[in-house]
Design a protein around this ligand. Sequence first.
Ligand code: KMH
Ligand code: ZN
Length: 323
Amino acid sequence: MPGPAKVWGMRTIPSRNVIVTCAVTGAIHTPTMSPHLPVTPEEIAEDAIAASEAGAAVIHLHVRDPESGEPVTDLDLFEEIAAKIDRETDVIVQPTTGGAPTMAPEERVQVVPRLDPEMCSCNMGSINFGLYPMAENYDEWEYDWETEYLEGTDTLIFQNSFADLEVMLETMDDHDVVPSLECYDVGHLYNLGHCIDQGWIDPPLHLEFVLGINGGIDADPKNLAHLKTVADGLFGDEYSFSTIGAGRSQFELTTQSISMGGHARVGLEDNLYLRRGKLAESNADQVEKIVDLAWEVSGREPASADEVREFLALKGSDATAFN
Ligand code: KMH
Ligand code: ZN
């Protein structure tokens, strides 16, 4: 009997299915930008559940102040939302340890011991997370914090030093949490290589290439090909990858990622639109679109949450603190 299909020299996954991650709210967009951005715990959980029903196997989770929509690191909110999602789906809940670029690493990592999740994000380097040009697109704002938050990013370093990475990765390892390693530039792949050399993380690795953040690598298909070439050189067949295309590049780059044998992340954290000029009315709309594209372009189906658990050797949802 033949073994599982090989995905172009990378880690294998039965039937070559696509891991669709949905990042439902994030910390980049603000409530003025879309009435469909989920903000309250109920809205975030309901959007996540619908995204899971549409084909997402992983939900990347941030939390917001329910009154103002401002990104926060409130651990009670994380727990409440994760538990609600877990009660109604079998999806993998992946809390952020990136939080918002304004938050310190010590604050952001606390979600790991508190939720004891199967996965979480881990940001592989420091960048000037320059959201400030987005402030020019709006004349009126729903909340006062929005302009200040965006405009202040011209001098803002999203800090992920090597000392921070040591703490982050060792905390994740202590809790048997598999990181989604967010790489915003080619140098972040070398940072990851250094973390391996230091013994802070061991392959196999699951990478998330992030293209199109102002301060990181541009959203150019050639850059995604180059990131993969560099990762192949550094990590051989000991890694798998997914891709985030920020803003209007979302579907172009996630489709390219799928065509290259990788996986895809969509969701309103990364892009508010379904297509040019049309806001996505829900996260599920974007999940449905990438599921269709994966099938049309590559004949690949969405992986179930349990397939992803097997592929990434996750500890299982029963082992989390919110089940
Ligand atoms: N906002 C994305 C560009 C995180 O939450 O750890 C990357 C991200 C980081 O999702
Ligand atoms: Zn995030």
